[in-house]
Design a protein around this ligand. Sequence first.
Ligand SMILES: Cc1cc2nc3c(=O)[nH]c(=O)nc-3n(C[C@H](O)[C@H](O)[C@H](O)COP(=O)(O)O)c2cc1C
Length: 363
Amino acid sequence: MADISIELLGLRFKNPILTAAGPTSRDGMTLLNAAAGGVGGLVAKTVSVKPADVPKPNMAALKEGRVGSRRGILNAELWSELPLETWLEREYPIALSAGLPLIASVGYTPDDVREIAPKLEKAGVQAIEYSTHYVGGHVEIAKALRDAVDIPIIAKLSPKVDVAEVAKSLEPHVDAIAAINTYGPCLRVDIETGKPMLGSEMGHGWMSGSALKPIALRCVADIASTVKIPVIGVGGVATGEDAIEFIMAGASAVEVCTAAILEGDVIYGKIAGQVKDWLDSHGYESIKDIQGVALPHLKQGITLEPPPTVDLDKCTRCGLCEKSCVFHAITVKKKENLFVIDPEKCEGCGMCVSVCPFYALSY
Ligand SMILES: Cc1cc2nc3c(=O)[nH]c(=O)nc-3n(C[C@H](O)[C@H](O)[C@H](O)COP(=O)(O)O)c2cc1C
């Protein structure tokens, strides 16, 4: 049975799935609920010198049409609406009672974090993540934190910067990098009213969820290829396979926000269980066995000599590949148990390989 526990920042996590700063980590009770849902470690909602004045509404689901499947969220939630004192006196102690590693999140300026961080350390949090979402000056904030506390520091990066460059400049000053925060600004309009779906300025919101995942994954790979300190992946993790993808791209652990908003606290344990099952079914013993395995391939590149190989035992003749083959190279007939690729027509685009839910096609 695979061991999915990890050691990160000198802390032991029973699994590599952490909460992320957001509404699903907004206070002590919410973090306790995440612990009950099977999460491996706690990252709390960002706190700052003043409580946030949050616009309403501040969350809108991203879906295909009105009833389509949910792919993510636009949010304009800002940081915690609770005063820092409430976190120090009530919320962190409640969260600590879960017995899991607790990482606080702070923002935003060097002066802000210098004032707040020692109080967080005194409250017993085991590491501090800082968000650079609304301000630049990454190194100045890292230095201010390093001077202010002895516990490990994690810099959380926005996808709008050159993450590899920023990570390199931060490497001497922080213990880990978390990537990424939400992407934006973005917009959604309610077509019944013609109004924006969010109450923020110009209706602007920041995107998270599965639409963010490829951006986050690229950022994690860029950072992991550039620095030696650990990288925590965040952005669109909703399944064990998503988490595996991040770990293969170099992440030591992942944080989950949107999937927990959309699916509830059970999602953490579900993702952790799927990671374990995947490792077991593929003959791996631990997270370390797969960490960063994609990185050398990214440098070398891959190529497909068309057509792709098909494993007819795995193929269920579902026809998804045929539907998405723009070159009309694939013919599938379920009743006749037929699957044919025409090598003359196949251009080697790779779409069918990525579409197949049964991993029946490969390069
Ligand atoms: C409603 C909402 C509120 C968020 N609040 C914060 C926050 O206070 N601090 C922060 O660093 N990130 C915040 N985030 C960003 C998440 O922590 C995470 O980086 C991002 O949503 C991508 O992960 P996901 O796709 O799993 O949601 C927030 C995200 C959402 C959706």
